[in-house]
Design a protein around this ligand. Structure first.
Ligand SMILES: NC(=O)c1ccc[n+]([C@@H]2O[C@H](COP(=O)([O-])OP(=O)(O)OC[C@H]3O[C@@H](n4cnc5c(N)ncnc54)[C@H](O)[C@@H]3O)[C@@H](O)[C@H]2O)c1
Length: 259
């Protein structure tokens, strides 16, 4: 039997990168998938390619009405919710003394407040169903490893790990597991700018024991494990999927601010 047979999953940031790869893997593993993104055209196209096992929902995770509506739309379409992957995120590089307030607030809004809003409305649905469930949040190796130029991003991702722990504490007695995944440097549109900087990829690969950058599918496989019944006693944890780079730490001295 496939790992997610009969389950309904909701994925945010599903039009691109890690979210898209996870939606594709989840569909292959038997799930019905609600694919959520603020990029309506891209998410419509991505869901169309997955056929009847997927539906596209256009929503901005920073807007509470949108988030409430996305859970309702998933339940309208597929009848319930079992697994949620709160993955939408953005990053911008700026030195702290020049970091525009609007940028700082937007990054925290999407990466941290967005995860809170998703947790709030998804857990409401799971509690109402009364049959448990699994929620996975996307953090980052930057939840614990500082990177110059990523003050807002690092602070937000660090916050995601604590939100994960608090939710696991509150929801565990209801059979709802909450975990976080911490990707390393993964080949998606988000990292295109950094990957254009001469020497950056080489430095990351050099510091990575497994000697390569991540593929979106590498992260999706961990989300599948956490979302499936293969992890029934796993909750409140942050799992790095990073080729081992957190063992070494990020390459010293590499500063995207000046790149
Ligand atoms: N790529 C990496 O190296 C890496 C490393 C660590 C963590 N992450 C995290 O992984 C997650 C996915 O990133 P990715 O690399 O796949 O990036 P990506 O840019 O390919 O995909 C992000 C998706 O999120 C959507 N999105 C952005 N803001 C949104 C909002 N307010 N509401 C709804 N959707 C929104 C975008 O439209 C896009 O489709 C992010 O949380 C990111 O911080 C990525």
């Amino acid at each position: 039997m496939s790992a997610l047979e009969g389950k309904v999953a909701l994925i945010t940031g599903a039009a691109s990168g890690i979210g898209l790869a996870t939606a594709q893997l989840f569909a292959r593993e038997g799930a019905q998938v609600a694919m959520v993104d603020r990029n309506a055209d891209a998410v419509n196209e991505a869901a169309r390619e997955l056929g009847s096992s997927a539906t596209a929902i256009s929503a901005d995770v920073t807007n509470e009405a949108d988030v409430e509506g996305m859970v309702a739309a998933c339940v309208d379409r597929f009848g319930r919710l079992d697994v949620a992957f709160n993955n939408a995120g953005i990053a911008r590089i700026a030195p702290i003394h020049e970091h525009p307030l609007e940028d700082f607030q937007r990054i925290v809004d999407v990466c941290l407040t967005g995860v809170f809003l998703c947790l709030k409305h998804e857990s409401k649905q799971l509690l109402a169903q009364g049959e448990g469930g699994s929620i996975i949040n996307t953090a980052s190796i930057n939840a614990t490893q500082a990177s110059a130029g990523l003050a807002a991003y690092c602070a937000a991702k660090s916050g995601v790990t604590m939100l994960t722990k608090v939710s696991a504490l509150e929801l565990g007695p209801h059979g709802i597991r909450v975990n976080a995944v911490g990707p390393g440097h993964t080949k998606t549109p988000m990292t295109l700018r950094a990957r254009d900087v001469p020497g950056f990829d080489e430095a990351m690969i050099g510091a990575t024991p497994l000697g390569r950058l991540g593929e979106p599918e590498d992260i999706a496989q961990m989300v599948l494990y956490l979302g499936s019944d293969a992890s029934p006693w796993v909750s409140g944890q942050l799992f790095y999927v990073d080729g081992g780079i957190t063992v070494n730490g990020l390459p010293p001295g590499f500063n995207l601010v000046n790149a």
